[in-house]
Design a binder for this molecule. Structure first.
Ligand code: APR
Length: 253
């Protein structure tokens, strides 16, 4: 494994414009379960309960959705960035980070100190809520307080519309500008580092492939194999915080 870490350090050393692409595997060491590992979210909840069409058409579905979202938020609110997040911040500190494109909704890249303008949240964020009709935005803690006071499903104060966390659900349109910006960055980077993602959800998972097609090198750090391992210049199947800490120790210690 040491030779893989050394190769990863060399790839980071020779890169100037790194596009970091992250998934839920980056946050498991912060106490937030991922989706597809054993015991992950999709073992506990049925993904079909979280399709956007179901959410907007059925108040019972919204009750189920908010129950899961509240459970997830109770893990995310107190969570701290782990060594993997801090390693990504170190890449920015050394002027090597073009952008972080994340599928995560946990705000941990922001908590780790990366510049907000360098963070693209492809699947939105759990820390704010919006009205699907008039787009009025609410702080998540304000909506949590309404649940604590006994409401089951929140609606908009201004127009009575359906409120939903600012995450992207299956069947919901991806944030167009975020996706387009991610593809632009993929075309500009010289190294794409995939950290903690199973790379099975599209269109997000097309970002690393776009980087490879644009001539960038690809590094995948993930505990399990991914469908894109064959395209990578380096694959490291181990803890993402262990791997990154090891690489950065060789570079910046
Ligand atoms: N170190 C390295 N890899 C890890 C670690 C860790 N500490 N913990 C988990 N992993 C790996 C798992 O083996 C898994 O392959 O991270 C990967 C996480 O994959 P998923 O759970 O599928 O998460 P992600 O790829 O982010 O899912 C993409 O799917 O359900 C949707 O919207 C959701 O954004 C999510 C999207």
């Amino acid at each position: 494994m040491d030779e893989l870490i050394a190769k990863g350090a060399e790839m980071i050393a020779s890169a100037q414009k790194i596009l970091v692409f992250t998934g839920a595997g980056l946050s498991t060491e912060s106490g937030i379960p991922d989706f597809r590992s054993p015991g992950g979210i999709w073992e506990k909840y049925d993904p079909s309960d979280f399709y956007f069409q179901k959410f907007i058409s059925d108040e019972h579905a919204r009750t189920t959705y908010w129950k899961m979202s509240r459970e997830f938020y109770s893990l995310i609110k107190p969570a701290s960035p782990n060594r993997a997040h801090l390693a990504v911040k170190t890449l920015e500190d050394h002027g090597k980070l073009l952008a972080v494109v994340t599928q995560n909704i946990d705000n941990l890249h922001q908590k780790a100190g990366n510049s907000p303008e360098k963070i693209i949240e492809l699947h939105g964020t759990l820390i704010s809520v919006s009205c699907l009709s008039c787009k009025k935005k609410y702080d998540r803690d304000e909506i949590e307080a309404r649940f604590d006071s006994g409401i089951k499903v929140p609606y908009c104060d201004d127009c009575g519309g359906i409120l939903k966390p600012d995450t992207v659900s299956f069947g919901q349109a991806m944030p167009q500008e975020a996706m387009e910006q991610s593809i632009r960055y993929a075309g500009q980077c010289d190294l794409c580092m995939v950290l903690g993602s199973s790379l099975v959800v599209y269109p997000a998972a097309s970002v690393p492939m776009h980087a490879v097609q644009s001539g960038a090198r690809l590094m995948i750090v993930n505990r399990e194999p991914t469908p894109q391992d064959g395209e990578a210049d380096l694959v490291v199947h181990m803890s993402v915080s262990e791997a990154l800490t090891g690489m950065l120790r060789l570079l910046f210690a």
